[in-house]
Design a protein around this ligand. Structure first.
Ligand code: PMP
Length: 406
């Protein structure tokens, strides 16, 4: 029902000059058929595609949109910095201000360094852990996503066995498997890398248990290894001081990106004092890593996160959405599974191994101006309103009706 003339024309042109038309996770082929590939504009929690269709957006740029597109305070800070300069011979003054703010906000942080993408940050964490310990092995959870370079890419295409030679795997929230992997790594254990919560694609999300978090901490302490938390996706949505703060377990290193500068390209590593020397000695850099505009945007973003308690606001909106979806799914006699923190909702259908129900649901939502994802965790932003949630719930009735009719 949605007309896609412009989108189709752009896809045809892109097909000729961009391999496959688009790369990676943003390829529209990974979504139900009606979904657009190209977008023209965003405002607050709303998005327009190139054919002019408007969506209340629950992907939020896959995380970066935390406060809403074109947030006036963030954009004013960015614009002020842009007038002075962005990419200079070194960092601008704002880097120090941002570093002070990050160290002040993040519970475990004694220091911080900045990069551009989440993969830069997770890779830097691994490098620092290895440099500080002089060891090689990094334990990671099976199926966890930590980025798109050979050591961590979810695809093995173009990746050699040697790229992964010093990774060992455990199951998220499974203390026994973590102990076993640590035992196998022996004296060569450099670190354990764990996502803030389990947010694997297409499956139920899981918050870490206290026992699991403590076990990871215990193993690292007893072996002199580093506990690394990947906050790239969850950072600043659950708890601005760190997603594990509520568990009473602090990491040695964390990787941040996505929401940190409300859509401007920035990543950060935060670390504990014992890793400061290694962090100062490893060679990590990038042409744009000192970009001052994104840093100015991050200062503004993080001040708002703290001032307005953004995680609490997202939790409130997310709970309304979750409760509303549960009630409505029941009215249609459907069983859904909602998992993960309410600020980052995941909705899966019972008995839906090929996501056919999820796709039908999301397509119907899309046709009514609500952008959901059938497999991936979604994101709320502080620009969403109670009215937006109501629009989503009304669209969900059509979505559930479509699933019930399958
Ligand atoms: N870690 C996690 C948990 C992520 O969700 C992502 C991005 N989806 C990354 C790392 C990699 O970040 P980027 O795509 O910015 O390199």
């Amino acid at each position: 029902e949605l007309i896609r003339t412009r989108d189709a024309a752009l896809r045809a042109r892109a097909e000729k000059v961009v391999p496959g038309g688009m790369w990676g996770h943003l390829h529209a082929a990974k979504l139900p058929e009606a979904y657009p590939q190209f977008f023209s504009r965003g405002e607050g929690g709303v998005l327009w595609d190139v054919d002019g269709h408007r969506y209340v957006d629950f992907m939020c740029s896959w995380g970066p949109n935390l406060l809403g597109h074109h947030h006036p305070e963030v954009e004013e800070a960015a614009e002020r910095q842009r007038r002075d300069g962005d990419c200079l011979n070194g960092p601008a003054e704002v880097m120090v201000e941002l570093a002070e703010l990050v160290v002040d906000m993040v519970g475990h942080a004694d220091w911080t360094q900045f990069q551009k993408n989440g993969t830069d940050a997770t890779t830097t964490c691994v490098t620092i852990a290895r440099a500080a310990t002089g060891r090689r092995k990094i334990l990671v959870a099976k199926g966890a996503y930590h980025g798109a370079v050979p050591w961590c890419s979810p695809s093995l295409l173009g990746v050699t066995a040697e790229d992964r030679a010093h990774l060992a795997y455990f199951t998220f929230n499974d203390v026994e498997s973590l102990d076993a992997a640590a035992k196998e790594a022996g004296d060569d254990l450099a670190g354990i890398l764990i996502s803030a919560f389990r947010h694997d694609l297409g499956s139920d999300q899981e918050l870490p248990t206290v026992e699991f978090a403590r076990a990871a901490r215990r193993i690292c302490d007893s072996k002199g290894a580093a506990l690394l938390i990947d906050e790239v996706r969850a950072g600043f949505r659950l708890n601005a001081a760190g997603s594990w703060e509520g568990l009473g377990v602090r990491p040695d290193l964390s990787a941040w990106s996505k929401a940190i500068a409300n859509g401007h390209a920035l990543a950060a590593v935060t670390g504990a004092d014992w890793l400061r020397r290694a962090a100062s000695q490893v060679f990590v850099t990038g042409s744009f890593w000192a970009g001052a505009v994104a840093m100015a945007a991050a200062v503004a973003t993080l001040k708002i996160v703290r001032r307005d308690d953004v995680p609490a606001r997202l939790a409130q909106l997310g709970q309304t959405l979750r409760d509303g979806l549960e009630t409505r799914s029941r009215q249609f006699g459907l069983s859904i599974r909602q998992s993960g923190p309410v600020q980052m909702p995941t909705l899966l259908f019972e008995g839906d191994p090929d996501y056919r129900k999820g796709s039908a649901f999301c397509s119907a939502m899309l046709a009514r101006g609500v952008y959901f994802h059938p497999k991936h965790n979604m994101f709320l932003c502080a620009a969403h309103t109670e009215a937006d949630i109501a629009v989503a719930l009304e669209a969900a009735e059509h979505g559930f009706a479509s699933v019930a009719a399958l």
